[in-house]
Write a protein that binds this ligand. Structure first.
Ligand code: 3PG
Ligand code: MG
Length: 396
C-alpha cells in the first residue's frame, strides 16, 4: 500500500502525536453529531494498548490563524472523553509550554487533546517552523484524519516528514475502501453522482467517466445534462450556460465505454416546499412553469436494473431535493436497493461527501453500505483522481 500502519511502528513508552478530524457539527457549544469523534476511538485505544501516550492534534472550523474562543477544541473535550471512556487532558495550545505541560500531566491511559491547530497562521501555510514545534512534542506521528488529508497543512503534511509516520485505523480503512471502489475495483462499477451543480463536480465527472462502467447522474446536475440535450426543464435548477461542457462529458463517456444514465421520468412541482403539489411525468414533458425536484419511479426501476448487474458502487450526492418530502423518494428507493444488494453480498458499496451521508442516514440505510466515508471535500478530491497531500506525505 505504500504507507505504514500502527502495526509497523514501535510506540511503547513514546509520545504519539495523532492527527484526528473532530471537526463535528456543533450548536451552542454542544456536539450535535459525534460520528467523527467515535470513529477515532479504535486508533487511540490501539496506541494506548501498544504502550504509547496519545496526543491529539486537530483543527476546528476555520478561525483563519486567529484565536476564536467559540472554535476552541475544549468544546469537544467532554464528548471525546465519553466516546473514549478515558480522561482527556486539555492543552491550551498545540505547541510550546502549554502543550508540553498537558502531555506531562497525563497519566497512563489518559489522552491529551491539544488546542485548535488553525489558531496558528502557520497551520494552513504549512509553515515548517510550526510543523517542527508540533513534532518536537512527540516521537511518532499517526495520521487518522483522512477527511482533512486534502489540506497540505503543518499538522497533516509538514509534520509527517519530521517523525516516523503511519496511518491510523480510520485512515487505513478509508484508503482501503476507496481503493476497493475506484483503485482496483471488481467490475462492473457504477458511480452515482448527484447534487445541485455540475460546475462544482466537473473534475469529478471527467475522471469518473474514464474509470467506471456506468455513471448515474441525478439531482440538479441531471437537469443541466437534460437541458444540454435540448430537453425542456422549465424553471428547474440547471446551469444552462454549461451545455457545451455537459455535451463534452457525454462524448468523453461514450469514447471511454461508460454508459451515462439520466432520469427517464421526473417529479415536478410549481413550488419548492414540503408537501407541494407534485406530479410524475416522462422526462420529455416538464411544463415550462414547473421545476424538476426528483427522479421518478421508472428511473428508480432502471437504476435498480443497472445496480443488479454491478459488483461495485460508489455514491456521491442525492438524486433529488431529498431534504424536503416527497422529493426524497428516488434517493431513498435507490439507496434501499443498494443496501439490499450489499447485504446480500452482491455489491461493494462506498459512499461519502457532504450531503450524501445525511441523505443515506435519512433513508435509514447508512449502516448497510460496505463503507461510509467520514470525509466531505477529501472524498470528492479523491474521486477526482487528485493526490491528497496528507496521504502522499505518509508514503515517503
Ligand atoms: C471537513 O470538515 O471536511 C474537514 O474537517 C476539513 O475541513 P476544511 O474544509 O475546513 O478544511
Ligand atoms: Mg468542511
Amino acid at each position: 500500500m505504500g504507507w505504514k500502519t500502527l502495526d509497523d511502528i514501535e510506540m511503547a513508552g513514546k509520545v504519539v502525536l495523532i492527527r484526528v478530524d473532530v471537526n463535528v457539527p456543533m450548536e451552542g457549544g454542544r456536539v450535535t453529531d459525534a460520528t467523527r469523534i467515535e470513529k477515532i476511538v479504535p486508533t487511540v485505544t490501539d496506541v494506548i494498548a501498544r504502550g504509547g501516550k496519545p496526543v491529539l492534534l486537530a483543527h476546528f472550523d476555520r478561525p483563519k490563524g486567529r484565536v476564536v474562543p467559540e472554535m476552541s477544541l475544549v468544546h469537544v473535550q467532554p464528548t471525546l472523553a465519553t466516546a473514549l471512556g478515558r480522561k482527556v487532558v486539555f492543552g491550551a495550545d498545540c505547541v510550546g509550554a502549554a502543550a508540553a505541560a498537558a502531555i506531562a500531566a497525563a497519566g497512563p491511559g489518559d489522552v491529551v487533546l491539544l488546542e485548535n491547530t488553525r489558531f496558528h497562521p502557520g497551520e494552513e501555510t504549512n509553515d515548517p517552523v510550526l510543523a517542527a514545534a508540533m513534532a518536537a512534542l512527540g516521537e511518532v506521528f499517526v495520521n487518522d484524519a483522512f477527511s482533512a488529508a486534502h489540506r497540505a497543512h503543518a499538522s497533516t503534511e509538514g509534520i509527517a516528514h519530521l517523525l516516523p509516520s503511519c496511518a491510523g485505523r480510520l485512515m487505513a480503512a478509508e484508503l482501503r475502501a476507496l481503493e476497493a471502489a475506484l483503485g482496483a475495483p471488481v467490475r462492473p462499477v457504477v458511480a452515482v453522482v448527484g447534487g445541485a451543480k455540475v460546475s462544482t463536480k466537473l473534475d469529478l465527472l471527467g475522471n469518473l467517466v474514464t474509470r467506471v462502467d456506468h455513471l448515474v447522474i441525478g439531482g440538479g446536475m441531471a437537469n443541466t445534462f437534460l437541458a444540454a440535450q435540448g430537453i425542456e426543464v422549465g424553471k428547474s435548477l440547471a446551469e444552462r450556460d454549461l451545455g457545451e461542457t455537459a455535451r463534452e462529458i457525454l462524448g468523453k463517456a461514450k469514447a471511454a465505454g461508460c454508459t451515462v444514465h439520466l432520469p427517464v421520468d421526473v417529479v415536478v412541482a410549481r413550488a419548492f416546499k414540503a408537501g407541494a403539489l407534485s406530479e410524475t411525468l416522462p422526462v420529455s414533458q416538464c411544463p415550462p412553469d414547473a421545476m424538476i425536484l426528483d427522479a421518478g419511479p421508472a428511473t428508480v426501476a432502471a437504476l435498480a436494473a443497472v445496480f443488479a448487474t454491478a459488483r461495485t458502487l460508489i455514491w456521491n450526492g442525492p438524486l433529488g431535493a431529498f431534504e424536503i418530502e416527497p422529493f426524497d423518494a428516488a434517493t431513498n428507493a435507490a439507496a434501499l436497493e443498494v443496501a439490499r444488494l450489499t447485504k446480500a453480498g452482491l455489491l461493494v458499496s462506498v459512499a461519502g461527501g457532504g450531503d450524501t451521508v445525511s441523505a443515506l442516514n435519512h433513508a435509514g440505510v447508512a449502516a448497510d453500505f460496505t463503507f461510509i466515508s467520514t470525509a466531505g471535500g477529501a472524498f470528492l478530491e479523491w474521486m477526482e483522481g487528485k493526490e491528497l497531500p496528507g496521504v502522499a506525505a505518509l508514503m515517503s
